[in-house]
Design a protein around this ligand. Structure first.
Ligand SMILES: Cc1ncc(COP(=O)(O)O)c(C=O)c1O
Length: 378
């Protein structure tokens, strides 16, 4: 049997780009008795409170301010982040539809795979993984295509490589062609401003910057996306977003399947923490943690994987490593009680990733990580 004593040690620091450390108020709320999600109206109130709070968090602009009446619905699915991505494609794409898939990384490519899986035809507009998306290239891809597009996909923060795309100019292009935008903001929502008020389907997950456990996917959906979702025949119940439009409406209190009550309570507590702190302060905290991480890495001679400083995400730092990143990761965990991530796929052994998102976006945590990294490198 595996001995879990070490990994339960209170002072182990988990600086991974999700799941993140879960603060005590979230854990305590999850341990409370929860209403039956199918039978007790109190659960529907919990769910509605949560979606209201998420709508406010999702709508927060760069200064943390939220519009008074954001005209988007937020739904929370029982399932981790990837369910939100798959559900968006399953619900918006019919067989034969051509979808513009913008990609500078693993999750951007993954959207194209989902499109294929649901019978659509992905038209890829790709750029190297250390760069960010170029709006001129997006415009050129749309102009040179034989037919127009109804739907486009884009990833805000490519967690595996630590890049953050500038969404505003990309959304300018998509809006000018009235293309429905599907944005994976899984590792940026709640850690960096996301222009959710301009996005048709904006996707998040509980275990990243919200610092709740994995298990819930959040989707903020515009009216025109709902209209399309209602027209598309989805071949699966689990990935169909349509039933969630009426679920938990006043007088329509039901969910397509049993909701994850404890997770909903935990995410609600996490949302309270973000709103109490204020989104402006939360975003500043992420920027400060990211800046410290990169400055300390530079002192250690480690370069960020993204090609420019502007391309780096405030929620995760990916550093190039000329030795074995997996060996370094192992030493940090076993000798220093600090857990970090490596690259994914072909980059597994070439990149070390430090998550400074959610509860972990604190300079003292980054400092302890970098001290451990410095010692491990010696
Ligand atoms: C950008 C991005 N999208 C989607 C996902 C998938 O989320 P999950 O692991 O919760 O399924 C992740 C997970 O790391 C991610 O980083």
């Amino acid at each position: 049997m595996t001995d879990t004593t070490d990994c339960l040690a209170a002072d182990r620091l988990r600086m991974t780009p999700g799941p993140t450390e879960i603060p005590a108020p979230v854990r305590e709320r999850m341990a409370e008795p929860a209403p039956n999600p199918d039978l007790e109206p109190e659960f529907f109130s919990c769910y509605r409170n949560l979606t209201d709070k998420l709508t406010r968090i999702h709508a927060a602009g760069p200064a943390g301010e939220a519009p008074a009446t954001p005209d988007r619905d937020t739904v929370v699915l029982g399932g981790e982040g990837i369910l939100g991505l798959e559900a968006a494609i399953a619900s918006l794409v019919s067989p034969g539809d051509r979808v513009l898939c913008l990609s500078n990384g693993l999750y951007g490519d993954g959207f194209a795979d989902f499109v294929e899986q649901y019978g659509g035809e992905p038209v890829r507009c790709e750029i190297s993984w250390d760069e960010t998306l170029d709006p001129n290239a997006v415009e050129a891809a749309i102009e040179s295509a034989d037919e127009s597009f109804d739907v486009a996909t884009v990833v805000h923060c490519e967690t595996p490589t630590g890049t953050l795309n500038d969404l505003e100019p990309i959304l300018d292009v998509l809006e000018s062609h009235t293309i429905i935008s599907v944005v994976d903001a899984v590792s940026s929502l709640g850690g960096a401003p996301v222009p959710t008020d301009r996005i048709d389907v904006c996707l998040g997950a509980s275990q990243k910057c919200f610092s709740a456990p994995p298990g819930l996917a959040t989707c903020t959906i515009s009216d025109r996306a709902w209209d399309r979702i209602e027209r598309v025949e989805t071949a699966s119940l689990y990935t169909d977003l349509e039933p969630w439009r009426t679920a938990a409406d006043e007088g329509e209190e039901w969910f397509p399947y049993t909701h994850l009550a404890a997770n909903v309570l935990g995410l609600d507590a996490a949302a309270d923490l973000l709103l109490e702190e204020g989104l402006e302060s939360v975003f500043d905290r992420h920027e400060a943690a990211a800046t410290l991480c990169r400055d300390r890495a530079a002192e250690l001679g480690l370069d960020p994987y993204p090609a420019s400083h502007e391309a780096c995400s405030p929620t995760v730092t990916a550093l190039e490593f000329s030795g074995s990143a997996t060996d370094l990761q192992e030493r940090l965990r076993t000798e220093h009680d600090v857990v970090v991530a490596t690259g994914l796929g072909e980059l597994e052994d070439d990149i070390i990733r430090i998550g400074h998102m959610g509860h972990n976006a604190r300079t003292e945590r980054v400092e302890r990580t970098m001290v451990a990294l410095e010692t491990a490198l010696k």
